[in-house]
Design a protein around this ligand. Structure first.
Ligand code: 2BA
Length: 107
């Protein structure tokens, strides 16, 4: 058994949860914040039996990757507050961690 942790944009979280639930997974949903953009995202975790791999990958297909312009936080370097140039970053999609589950107990 594996534990999957997927970080997705909050815009996609409802669709991901719908897909996971329809595919029969029991998921935990945590409201999280990205360290770089400092914007809300959503972290899902669910146990995954190896044979369900195909269903998992379909669930993640609802997360469309796109780009967004962001202004990095001002730096304190130099004589005053330096405003950094806006940069284009890739958002959406899913960042997925796959962890080995040593034991699963439900009491
Ligand atoms: P954030 O940290 O808010 O990052 C949002 C997006 O900004 C990232 O998308 C990436 O395209 C860009 N980005 C992040 N750090 C950057 C940097 N130092 N310079 C330029 N661009 C940068 P994703 O890579 O798809 O990540 C989406 C969210 O997944 C992240 O939100 C973070 O919450 C989480 N994440 C990504 N990689 C992670 C990791 N290795 N460990 C833990 N969490 C991770």
């Amino acid at each position: 058994m594996k534990l999957l942790m997927a970080i997705v944009s909050s815009d996609d979280s409802r669709d991901v949860l719908d897909k996971l639930t329809k595919a029969g997974f029991r998921a935990t949903v945590i409201s999280t914040t990205g360290g770089f953009l400092r914007e809300g995202n959503t972290t899902f975790s669910w146990a995954w039996m190896i044979t369900r791999s195909a269903r998992r990958s379909r669930s993640c297909r609802v997360c469309r990757r796109r780009t967004q312009w962001v202004s990095p936080l001002p730096t304190l370097e130099g004589p005053g507050l330096e405003m950094a140039e806006p940069i284009e970053v890739s958002v959406g999609g899913a960042v997925v961690f796959v962890l080995n589950v040593e034991q699963f107990v439900q009491v």
